[in-house]
Design a protein around this ligand. Structure first.
Ligand code: 2P0
Length: 321
């Protein structure tokens, strides 16, 4: 009746932005990500017959449980249960680090919720379950390099799957943190505004699958330069479509860090930027270059700190303490 799971955030190399038509929170475009080691969310789910509603605590603070309840309700239906749960989640990285704690959070929650309700460990089932609440979290069920298809407008299962294991590519992600403030606009809101109002959303829908194919091909060929070029193009195309709808996640330091990545590249080091629904810049480099690139980015005015992450494992159950 109690289970605990852990999961790690992921960074999309080929971005998901926009939802497919239909009821199931499926992406409008395919995406491909890398799951990161060393940054961990741990979530426990404990059924409690005395609770009138689910109770959620994140890093020791009570939080609104609406999205957590929507996920748990699906598991309760599958398990034939109605009992409410106490959910306790902790992140060992700051939620302002520019790394989506929602991705690792819903991935860990999906694994812990299924186990607490007596369902077997099944990353594919858990990935589809997590995707229905937060699409990027579907990718954190798996380690290494992970892809998620676009939806087809139906309610069919749509889990992510591993493309290549963590050790497949010599890669580090250097995260340049540009603010400690929470983001101005959630991803869900930003992508819905983009799809409703951007004159360039149709162009994004047409272009994104090609960039995804380029990222995938380069990954399988272990070609960091081709992968990085396609990943940077995916991030910039996503933001171009969003900016045209008035959804601007960039800050001054975002643009300055992006310019520094391009200077590093012009000087001969393979370094490619990607930017998510926030102002932080993540740079894709080889392991041997990570410390030097981190030092260059740390010196950019407006960059508060940097951290370096390697490809890591998928979500798993952990023994209850
Ligand atoms: C991604 N992002 O592929 C893209 C790139 C942010 C920028 O998926 O509405 O929390 O819950 O499905 O997954 C973040 O959005 O959105 C995201 P919902 P989600 O990683």
């Amino acid at each position: 009746m109690k289970a605990t799971a852990q999961a790690h955030p992921n960074i999309a190399l080929a971005k998901y932005w926009g939802k497919a038509p239909g009821p199931a929170n499926a992406p409008a475009v395919p995406s491909l990500s890398v799951t990161l080691a060393g940054l961990t969310t741990v979530t426990s789910v404990e059924l409690d017959r005395s609770l009138p509603a689910d109770r959620l605590t994140i890093n020791g603070r009570d939080e609104d449980a609406t999205r957590v309840t929507s996920l748990l309700d699906r598991v309760r239906r599958e398990a034939g249960e109605t009992t409410r749960a106490r959910i306790v989640t902790t992140n060992d990285f700051p939620t302002s680090a520019g790394l989506a704690s929602s991705a690792s959070g819903f991935a860990a929650l999906a694994v812990a919720a299924r186990a607490a309700l007596g369902l077997p460990f099944d990353p594919t089932r858990a990935s589809d379950l997590a995707r229905r609440t937060s699409a990027s979290s579907a990718r954190s069920l798996f380690g290494g390099f992970v892809e998620l298809d676009a939806g087809d407008g139906t309610d069919r299962d749509l889990p992510a799957r591993e493309v290549a294991p963590a050790e497949h590519l010599d890669l580090r992600v250097v995260v340049a943190v540009t603010t400690e403030a929470p983001k101005d606009e959630s991803s869900t809101s930003g992508m819905n505004t983009t799809s409703a109002h951007s004159p360039y959303y149709a162009a994004w829908l047409e272009h994104a699958p090609r960039l995804y194919e380029e990222v995938r091909r380069a990954l399988l060929a272990r070609d960091l330069d081709a992968l990085g070029a396609a990943a940077e193009a995916s991030a910039l195309a996503m933001h171009a479509s969003a900016i045209a709808a008035g959804v601007v996640y960039f800050r001054g330091a975002t643009v300055d860090a992006l310019a520094e990545v391009r200077r590093i590249r012009a000087s001969g080091t393979s370094a490619y930027a990607t930017i998510d629904a926030g102002p932080h810049v993540k740079t894709l480099v080889r392991a041997a270059d990570a410390q030097a690139v981190a030092a260059r980015l740390a010196a950019v005015p407006g960059v508060l700190r940097v951290l370096v992450a390697a490809p890591g494992p998928g979500a798993s159950l952990v023994a209850d303490r």
